[in-house]
Design a protein around this ligand. Structure first.
Ligand code: NAP
Length: 297
């Protein structure tokens, strides 16, 4: 796989130059990698070509250019339409898929690649294109071929922090989904809080000044919650589900009295009520995950 001069930055090919693909190719160029690019609409390569990228005119030429092949097109169908005609040329090569895939699509694409002796690495980009290259704020989660990840690690770190999650190709996409789920529910809680303080004339900006340090402090409890979850034992002598029920009911009552909807808070209260009804009121609030893992009709 490694056919460049010792010490020189390895050649890389980027297929797909939408907003993300352009940012990715630019980061490789800035890192000194000889970078070959292809895009269906060739004009999108102009700025990269001016900076030294080699523009080729077909996916086959792009693959022939050698090095790691990075695909960053819209979706799985576009990626397949590009890759299937060049699968023989890809044999024995490393393929990094930055196109967003579902966990099942990633698993299926990895299977397709393995059957063709293509070393598949999937990447879930946790950043917008303008953040690519910023190691503090951009991160990419990788899963699939450990060999491809290790061989190209220094290049991958040009995009943002690089985390390898193991050989199961579904993991990058699944972990990305889980992180986004955590983010959306945190945002929704913030919106509820902002709506609540708005009834007293407090602006969202004022609320944010308090919410940011508060939420940061609350994240320090997550490792302890994770311990309960991984043990599967929620026994605690600290804040119990019963205790938290009081807190949730209070929020719901105050919100209702202020004309604020409880669409965000109600599902949490329902999860708590369900665990208490099952006799787990003295357990840690981390037990809520059991209600999520085993939904009831
Ligand atoms: P984009 O700006 O819309 O670009 C889409 C790219 O896919 C273009 O290069 C486009 O080519 C190409 N394409 C679409 N259909 C094609 C087809 N049938 N055949 C060949 N090429 C085709 O999208 P993007 O923002 O770069 O996103 C690319 C991937 O990165 C997506 O899977 C996206 O989910 C993922 N991603 C994006 C972001 C983000 O913030 N942008 C963040 C994380 C992950 P043309 O130029 O010829 O149309």
């Amino acid at each position: 796989m490694n056919d460049h001069a010792p010490g020189a930055a390895a050649p890389i090919t980027v297929v797909g130059l939408g907003s993300m693909g352009q940012a990715v190719a630019a980061a490789f160029l800035d890192g000194g990698h000889p970078t070959t690019v292809w895009n269906r609409t060739a004009a999108k390569a102009d700025a990269l070509a001016a900076r030294g990228a080699v523009l080729v005119h077909s996916p086959a030429e792009a693959v022939r250019a050698g090095g790691l092949v990075v695909v960053c097109v819209l979706d799985r169908k576009a990626a397949r339409d590009i890759l299937e005609p060049v699968e023989e040329q890809l044999a024995g090569r490393g393929l990094l898929m930055l196109t967003s895939l579902s966990p099942e699509e990633a698993r299926e694409t990895a299977r397709w690649a393995t059957e063709r002796n293509i070393a598949f690495l999937g990447g879930a980009v946790m950043a917008t294109p303008d953040l690519i290259g910023n190691r503090e704020e951009a991160s990419v989660l990788y899963a699939g071929s450990r060999e491809v990840f290790q061989e190209h690690r220094s290049a991958l770190e040009l995009l943002g922090s690089a985390t390898y999650l193991g050989e199961s190709a579904a993991r990058a996409s699944l972990l990305e989904t889980a992180l986004l789920a955590s983010m959306y529910s945190m945002f929704a809680g913030f919106y509820h809080g902002a709506a609540l303080v708005g009834t007293e004339g407090v602006t969202a900006e004022e609320f944010t000044a308090l919410a940011v340090p508060w939420l940061k402090a609350m994240t320090t409890f997550l490792p302890g919650q994770a311990e309960f979850i991984d043990r599967g034992d929620y026994t605690t002598d600290e804040q119990s589900l019963e205790f938290n029920k009081g807190g949730l009911d209070h929020i719901i009552h105050i919100s209702r009295s202020r004309g604020i909807g409880n669409d965000v808070m109600r599902p949490i209260a329902e999860l708590i009520d369900r665990q208490i009804a099952k006799g787990h009121g003295a357990d840690s609030v981390a037990r809520l995950i059991e209600g999520i893992k085993h939904p009831e009709g």
